[in-house]
Write a protein that binds this ligand. Sequence first.
Ligand code: TRP
Length: 450
Amino acid sequence: MQQVKSSISEGFSSRWGFIFAAAGSAVGLGNIWKFPYITGANGGGAFVLIYIAAVLVIGLPLLVAEISIGRMGRENPVDALLNIIKAHKASKLWSLIGWFGILAAFLVLSYYSVVAGWTLDYTVHSFSGNFENLTPVEVGNLFDGLLANPGKLLLYYTIIIFVTGLIIARGISKGIEKAVFILFPVLVIILLALVFYAAQTGFLSKGLSYLFHPDFSKISDQSILAAIGHALFSLSLGIGTMITYGAYLPKKVSIGFTAVVVTIFDTVIALLAGITIFPIVFAHGLTPSAGPGLIFKTLPIAFAKLPYGHLFASLFFIMLIIAALTSTISLLEPSIALLLKRTKLSRVKATTLSCAVVWCVGLLSLFSFNIWANFKIFNLTLFELVDFITSNLILPINGFFLAIFMTWIIKRGDLVEELNMQTSLFKIWFTVLRYITPIGILIVLLHGLI
Ligand code: TRP
């Protein structure tokens, strides 16, 4: 494809800048909060296997596709698609993928920041040693008490959005890249320390066998759907995040290599989070099937009883804050890139505007835990509804159309040139993305809707 004209003036300075930013985006609450509890709720090992398969046949091929679209189109998700559409004389309707992506990014950011706010509260509690002084019942009540307290939620939620805005306002290399170069390695170091700590509980092997010993009798259709949905969410796909970051990727860098490294980071970190959490939970005869409360209710009780529990609980929640922040910035950036291209706003003003809008939208999720708890649509609270619309609808639909656009609309020769991969690898990627990925997603979608 011919070189496109781009309005983007700066990008990542190296391939590791991109890898840390993309891995930081992928590694988030999804890995540390959601993955362990959905694994717990779906019976452990067999679910992990299905998840890994979903990452390989749906996640990784789409990740390569999104990064390529970004680097070929060299703009925000909407204009990158429009650039490619123009070069291939395709229908402008394909750019809807970009618009829906940006909408989804906004929605995910709004409720994601609410959950990220909880982790701030928990960091404060663990630092002050609260978990040790309370009975298990009281620790459980702490979580319910937090959700019932709109003022406190609002404070922490606002801090998260504010810090996200601060980083984004500074730009790509001075903001995003600098932040992830510090934050991501810190996250990995804390996680490794926690794995080591969990190994000392004496329940490591029980945790490992729970994660890796497959019991297929526990697998239902529902768990397969959950695995595929989570593979998309965890790799930050379907939203335009990876398209946007792809637009900032230097031309010479290999897309295949970076995508594989990001996928390995994302998957290994989710597994390590499980390897940390399950032994600690088992060490106290607690169960890992508590659902969303697993790390907010069960884990603090477990930490409180362990030696140096309060130190390691603090580290654990700091790690969550870091994981959340490197993801929230990646959710905000697509809309900033769009505003910069299509308006005359400065980066600071565009960031302020976006943050203000997201903040307002997030109030719907925030209040759905307390003052609007009884307001339900299709029997879902607003928080659950926004999560459903994004994770179960927009992400898979966008993923489906991206796979089709990539392999049926764009000229194959352009992809060969952009990806510069070994021919056999290229063929595998192309075939999987052309047939298996869309069919897999379609099954999930139809199933989820019926
Ligand atoms: N992947 C992140 C997580 O696992 C969340 C996230 C960041 C995301 N950017 C995204 C999810 C884009 C979907 C799309 O927590």
